[in-house]
Design a protein around this ligand. Structure first.
Ligand code: PMV
Length: 348
């Protein structure tokens, strides 16, 4: 029987504090603006993927949470092709290496959180996909070099190859070569940062991020100002807030950018609603916590779904989790999950 080679990798979810929304090129999956995220703990929200390959496999295949998933789509194919090309280059240099680049791949992936409910499942999914195959092929590429590949699977996936605070720089090259993720600061730089994830709904989102982005870019009159003026300034301000561990600055920018992202969604024709009444209730609770504290001690953000992620500093944990628990106890279907940001992914 032909030998089976395998490697296993995990990738955590990242939650953007400056959001990616809009594609400059759908083919290359490059963004209209840079973005910045915080990587969450692998203990709570992560994908684990085992990649295997063998001369005996007759097609590429992926199983996600036990169910077969199509890999014939252009996104998955782009990742396979790039990773195989890197492996092939290694094999061409060293003829003693087994020809893994010519074998079909099988991927088995599991998420420990709701898939496609605005919890960045595709980010962790494609990051683990790329990391597992890169490990299987024993590639020496850095996380930033691999981020160029993961980006082609799912934009936000490029940021999940790092722990800590991560920027996806949009780049300016026509071929997308400089549209890559870089670590802004490791988790250890600001180890007291915490995130509470309020799962309001684990239903699949109504409008996929790809079709939502395309509609926003095509129709929103607010969008050009967000992408070209507001976000570039916020990226700089956010990097400074992180460098200075300025929680108030971080919180103001995070909430403003979440609101701006949902505003351009509402400004899309037809309008896109990702937040619901429970999401808006979470906003009010955070506003009330901050009003009572007399300063910003908590920051909400929402991705392409109704679930809330609330960032806070460990020093305020009892206050914030206590109030959130009280405020959400009576709301059915609203569970809480508290995460630390991840120290476990290589710092690149
Ligand atoms: O990477 P995608 O195509 O799933 O898009 C993610 C978009 C947001 O989650 C809403 C924002 C972000 O930067 O992660």
């Amino acid at each position: 029987m032909a030998e089976i080679y395998h490697a296993t990798a995990t990738a955590p979810v990242n939650i953007a504090v400056i959001k990616y929304w809009g594609k400059a090129s759908t083919k290359l999956n490059t963004p209209t603006n840079s973005s910045l995220s915080v990587t969450l703990s692998q203990d709570d929200l992560r994908t684990i993927t085992t990649a295997s390959c063998s001369a005996s496999f007759d097609s590429d295949a992926l199983w996600l949470n036990g169910a077969p998933h199509d890999v014939s789509n252009a996104r998955s194919q782009a990742c396979f092709a790039e990773l195989r090309a890197l492996r092939k280059a290694k094999e061409d240099q060293d003829s003693s290496l087994p020809p893994l680049s010519s074998y079909k791949l099988h991927l088995i992936s599991e998420n420990n959180f709701p898939t496609a409910a605005g919890l960045a499942s595709s980010a962790a999914g494609f990051a683990a996909f790329v990391r597992a195959i890169a490990d299987l092929y024993e590639l020496e590429e850095t996380p930033t070099q691999l981020s160029r590949i993961a980006r082609q699977g799912s934009g936000s996936a490029c940021r999940s190859l790092f722990g800590g605070y991560v920027a996806w720089e949009k780049g300016s090259r026509e071929d997308g070569y400089d549209s890559i993720a870089v670590q802004v600061a490791p988790e250890s730089h600001w180890p007291t940062m915490r995130a509470a994830v309020l799962v309001i709904s684990d239903a699949k989102k109504g409008v996929s991020s790809t079709s939502g982005m395309q509609a926003t870019v095509a129709t929103s009159t607010l969008f050009p100002n967000r992408a070209n003026v507001i976000v570039p300034a916020r990226m700089e301000a956010m990097k400074k807030a992180i460098a200075e561990k300025d929680f108030e600055g971080f919180a103001e920018l995070t909430m403003a950018d979440s609101n701006s992202f949902h505003a351009v969604c509402l400004d899309t024709i037809p309008p896109i609603f990702y937040m619901n009444d429970s999401s808006r209730a979470a906003v009010r609770v955070v506003e009330e916590i901050n009003r009572c504290a007399g300063k910003k001690v908590a920051a909400y953000t929402f991705d392409a779904g109704p679930n809330a992620v609330i960032y806070y500093d460990e020093a305020n944990e009892d206050l914030i989790l206590g109030v959130l628990k009280k405020a959400t106890d009576h709301v059915t279907g609203w569970s809480d999950k508290y995460s630390r940001i991840s120290p476990k992914v290589p710092d690149g």
